[in-house]
Design a protein around this ligand. Sequence first.
Ligand SMILES: Cc1cc2nc3c(=O)[nH]c(=O)nc-3n(C[C@H](O)[C@H](O)[C@H](O)COP(=O)(O)OP(=O)(O)OC[C@H]3O[C@@H](n4cnc5c(N)ncnc54)[C@H](O)[C@@H]3O)c2cc1C
Length: 352
Amino acid sequence: MAHGATPDIRVNTHPHIGTNKLPGIIENMRETILQYGGEIHFEKKLTALQQNAAGHIQIQLNGAENFEAKALLLATGHSARDIFELLQHNAIAIESKPFALGVRIEHPQQIIDAQQYHCEVRDEHLPPASYSLVQQVNNRGVFSFCMCPGGIIAPAATAPGEIVVNGWSPSKRNNPFANSGMVVQITEADIAAYAKQQKQKASALTAMHLQQAIEQQAYQAGGGKLKAPAQRMIDFIRNVVSSDLPECSYQPGLVSRSLKEVLPDYIHQTLQQGLHAFGKKMPSYYTNEAVLVATESRTSSPVRIPRDNTTLQHPQLKGLFPCGEGAGYAGGIVSAAIDGERCAEAIAAYYQ
Ligand SMILES: Cc1cc2nc3c(=O)[nH]c(=O)nc-3n(C[C@H](O)[C@H](O)[C@H](O)COP(=O)(O)OP(=O)(O)OC[C@H]3O[C@@H](n4cnc5c(N)ncnc54)[C@H](O)[C@@H]3O)c2cc1C
């Protein structure tokens, strides 16, 4: 709030700032950091990391500039594949981590409003309706994730040759569509099976490679540009390629494909059964007006960077504090921020 969010985030059950307001809020946060003596180095990428003879962390930025510090907070997010590879290459312990993957599903907001409010047209005093769905299918969880009423499906890949989608809502949540991640748990057994299928020894990066392969598959299925492969919901459940697709908020556009081409069988089948079950809980939800867009793959990190429960330091590298979503200790903005505070306190204690 101190940086520009509206006061209602203190009392709302689902506090929402609005992605359109975030650039200004981030600028305000940056100003606070500068006021307290912090420095911000733009366009600087961490390219090397090791412990030196003095027991300090030595880092290199952009392959050239060297820095040394007693403590380093590493919070590079769940998409920093180069950092996971760097740690693995330097034999700094990391672990493969189960995560969840699936699609983003979009309905006209009016369908969700009618279902949730039991009326044809939402009263102007009511906010666009949301939902939260969860189901166990053959001992595997399938659940909605990051539901965005009045939202937009956005491209969120971080490298060429991949399709990743995510969702966001403007502060007024006034887009005509409701979208949500709809994802399936990927277990350690699935990760081990993928390594075997690839005829590779399972490693800490196997889950990440599986995630990347599915994103690349989506890119190919989408025709090699940023168009995303998509299927109407009931067509998806009935294994029919959609003859056409509904209007969708995903700006780069959609291509009608069977998502069987993109998703591993166990995810495809679990999603089919999960969506069928959700249709029993919310009958209007089960409609061919809804479209499934592949792929929602960055729900959480596929890698964990281990740390001591008390000192929050890496077990091998004294002074290295793995932090936030990429290290596997958060899922979402608030938990990442809280983990950042915990690590900052641990670093302060380490300096005493
Ligand atoms: C479109 C979209 C909408 C979202 N909406 C929501 C929402 O409504 N609610 C919610 O709770 N969460 C939402 N999320 C998820 C949320 O953004 C993350 O959970 C959160 O940002 C994780 O915080 P973090 O600090 O751990 O990592 P990040 O915010 O990912 O920060 C990591 C930082 O490290 C930098 N970095 C990476 N590699 C290097 C390197 N080698 N050198 C230097 N810097 C590097 C990155 O550029 C980045 O700035 C959304 C995500 C997306 C993409």
